[in-house]
Design a protein around this ligand. Structure first.
Ligand code: NI
Length: 157
């Protein structure tokens, strides 16, 4: 596999809605491990496939408690609220305060295709929601007011 490159805002691939993975083959497994590699290399805590220009619902996360690989993640419940500053490997140098649910439960497939469930809270819940935003083409700057967003866009393009 060619080395993956993290796409940066305003690259249009970051705005694409990722498709569901229909069949998990060697290619998807390989992609997940390459994504993990590049996430660690860049000292990120999560990476979505859309960030490397691949339009499928694949996510890797590691907040220091071990690597989690998510295929077709789907949030089934949300509870509570948390607000904290977030950065993003695709929007380097920018930190945005984002309000998220404190706890989320999700369904996903593991890399062997097993239907799985994950309960998350705090930072892990935050990262899950951040990465799932990527899968629907949403970025942290979308949480800013329009003027701040415009200033960042000007600076980056
Ligand atoms: Ni991000």
């Amino acid at each position: 596999m060619n080395h993956l490159i993290i796409k940066k805002f305003p690259n249009s691939c970051l705005r694409k809605k990722a498709e569901k993975v229909k069949k998990i083959s060697y290619a998807e497994k390989e992609l997940l491990s390459e994504m993990a590699k590049i996430m660690y290399l860049n000292e990120g805590v999560g990476l979505a496939a859309t960030q490397v220009g691949i339009n499928f619902q694949l996510v890797v996360i590691d907040i220091g408690q071990g690597l989690i690989k998510l295929i077709n993640p789907e949030i089934i419940s949300r509870e509570g609220k948390q607000t904290s500053e977030e950065g993003c490997l695709s929007v380097p140098g920018t930190v945005v305060k984002v309000k998220r649910a404190e706890k989320v439960n999700l369904n996903f497939l593991d890399e062997n295709g097993n239907a799985s469930r994950l309960r998350t809270e705090g930072l892990l819940a935050r990262v899950v929601q951040h990465e799932m935003d990527h899968l629907s083409g949403k970025l942290i700057i979308d949480y800013l007011n329009p003027i701040k967003k415009l200033l960042i866009k000007r600076k980056k393009s």
